[in-house]
Design a binder for this molecule. Structure first.
Ligand SMILES: C[S@@+](CC[C@H](N)C(=O)[O-])C[C@H]1O[C@@H](n2cnc3c(N)ncnc32)[C@H](O)[C@@H]1O
Length: 285
């Protein structure tokens, strides 16, 4: 297999937007609108962000609006929520699901280049910081648009050792398909521990940093369900890469992935994955 050249930040972002434009409807149906596995974090994040009636809140990388919707209920008719995302397809779903709410706006924008003429009481960002190639720039933007003593609230996945749902497949896939994650993609694991996350947020000038860890469980079914669903929800370019493998390679790859799931497989054959998540809250001084 020929390795493609290293992506620049803007090439990586273009690909990411294309991916989210394709998968947002499937992501919404399978994950965001359901309160399952890691998405049990949504209610915790809204609670820990201490959102009050009348607050003005920014939900950055809001996706299909799973959290934004909850925040709108909290701030009530005297408050306001703005959801920002760089995928038009995610924004369209978010708007459609919330077209009866007047205290909520959805805006298409890159988190690195947000511009507002107001400041926010709270900024939330769930499962997205690791996607930003320049996360510090985004954190500095957030700080700029937070009121003094305003709250930042972030949710992140744990690292590969604590989220076997991802690593059981990815550790093997990246061996069989070396270009599966193109060079130039930021390390999506890099905020998956308390110390790494704290270091980055603190370097951006936030104070009162507090990180809570949770371990949720996710039951993807039998191994065949886990594997089939992974393939079904995958973006087209990745499906194409898997197609380049021979039948024998695919068989070997699937077997190795199955081996990785065995520590989490019950006698019944059902897989029960632990899924660590971190929720950080911090203040703008
Ligand atoms: C895993 S989803 C999370 C969505 C939502 N926060 C939730 O909890 O369901 C990640 C989102 O980040 C968005 N995203 C990635 N990079 C972005 C950027 N630079 N600016 C704005 N949104 C971005 C994607 O379009 C996608 O909707």
């Amino acid at each position: 297999m020929v390795r493609s050249k290293k992506l620049t930040h803007s090439e990586y972002k273009k690909r990411l937007i294309k991916t989210w434009d394709e998968i947002a409807p499937r992501y919404h149906r399978r994950w965001a609108k359901n309160n399952i596995g890691p998405f049990r974090s949504s209610s915790e994040l809204v609670k820990l962000a201490d959102i009050q009636a009348g607050y003005v809140v920014l939900d950055l990388a809001c996706g299909t609006g799973a959290i934004t919707k909850r925040i709108a209920t909290k701030v009530g008719s005297s408050g306001k929520v703005v959801g920002v995302d760089s995928s038009i397809s995610a924004i369209k779903i978010a708007k459609k699901e919330n077209n009866n709410k007047t205290n909520l706006d959805f805006v298409l924008s890159d988190a690195e280049f947000i511009k507002f003429n107001k400041k926010f009481d709270v900024v939330t960002c769930q499962y997205a910081l690791f996607f930003f190639p320049n996360a510090n720039k985004v954190l500095r933007n957030i700080k700029q648009y937070l009121k003094k003593n305003g709250t930042l609230a972030l949710t992140l996945h744990g690292n590969k050792d604590t989220v076997p749902y991802f690593s059981s497949i990815l550790d093997v896939m990246t061996k069989f398909v070396p270009d599966y994650i193109p060079q130039g993609t930021p390390n999506l694991d890099r905020f998956g521990t308390r110390s790494q996350l704290k270091k980055t947020v603190s370097a951006s000038g936030f104070t009162n940093i507090r990180i809570r860890e949770y371990v949720f469980t996710y039951r993807p079914g039998m191994f065949s369900d886990y594997w089939q669903n992974y393939l079904k929800y995958l973006a087209k370019p990745l499906k194409e890469k898997i197609k380049t493998l021979s039948a024998l390679q695919k068989k070997k790859m699937k077997n190795q992935i199955k081996q990785n799931t065995l520590p989490y497989t019950k006698k019944s054959g059902q897989i029960v994955f632990p899924w660590k998540i971190l929720i950080l809250t911090a203040k703008k001084p």
